[in-house]
Design a protein around this ligand. Sequence first.
Ligand code: NDP
Length: 336
Amino acid sequence: TRVVRLVRRPAGEPVPGDFALAEHPLPPLGEGQLLVRNLYMSVDPSMRGRLESTEKHYTHNFTPGSPLDGRALGIVEESRCASVPPGRYVRHQLGWREHAVLDAAATDGAGRIDPELAPLPTWLGLLGQTGFTAYVGLTRIAEVRPGDTVLVSAAAGAVGSAAGQFARLLGAERVVGTAGGPDKCAALVEEFGYDAAADYRAEPVREALARLAPDGIDVYFDNVGGAQLAAALHALRPGGRVALCGMMSQFGGERPSADLNQLIQAVLKRLTLRGFIVRDHEDLRPEFEHRVAGWLRSGEVLARETVVDGLENAAGALLSLLGGGNVGKMLVRLAP
Ligand code: NDP
């Protein structure tokens, strides 16, 4: 099958030449295994850390000479597992290739992924790990409550566009988002229902928040860390809660050392800052799928994706994501 292979570890920022298309043999199908043809692949910021050799990560790092992997959705073409017949859609971890042989037990969604309920891309986005991350961060980590003012960073991205919409549906009174550039800020208000948007490239977020949330914020859903986290610490009200979801600003060398001085705000205001990894919260998945499917059916949430076609453009999609080239969930669609 065709795969995307890591040629070498990036020296600094990843470049197209760090990746190449290659042929990779498929193993024979063993008992309990499936042959899956991938239809959509998720492009995730966490892949950036996995390209490094030293960065400690919550899953294995990529190895030069070997294919990349990542979340994907495909259709079962052959099965040696009675409970997952051919024709079923499954999600799994062997993306960045056209076909994959996997243990049926290592897939999820068989029988649950229903293209009638929501289009296939949505099952990797709003109804997939992305939406689930937003849901876990808001409900369990930051414990959003009715009446809260909520701030979300990277708010036009996959997790952020879900978080803003969910926060409103969970009862938040005011939802403010930050994003890079005027187009994304317009999308925040016009498409994703944010009350206000701040362009962090045009204005320091601390100043924007003084204008857009003059009474302060109760919850910060942090996708970027760095200077924006420092600004949020200033805007948080006493007893405020922060869900630490990701640190986009730390890729590419912006190390937020000076911003750490702002942590004194957490002491003075008795803040709660809590990091999380979504996979530790699988017990919430049924509740999440039930509620978000309902919101999709009633049209209360909008699933938006940026879709790039073809395995040959997958590495470019990753580089684009890291540079902010996406609105909503970044996906690669493979030719049928
Ligand atoms: P996004 O769709 O949000 O894409 C990343 C976005 O980050 C870009 O679109 C860009 O938006 C923004 N960005 C890039 N560089 C910077 C920078 N230097 N400063 C500020 N923003 C920047 O990706 P996801 O929704 O998939 O992921 C969002 C976050 O959630 C990531 O930090 C990711 O690691 C994290 N995550 C955490 C999980 C967990 O279990 N804790 C699970 C899944 C994701 P813009 O143009 O607005 O700058």
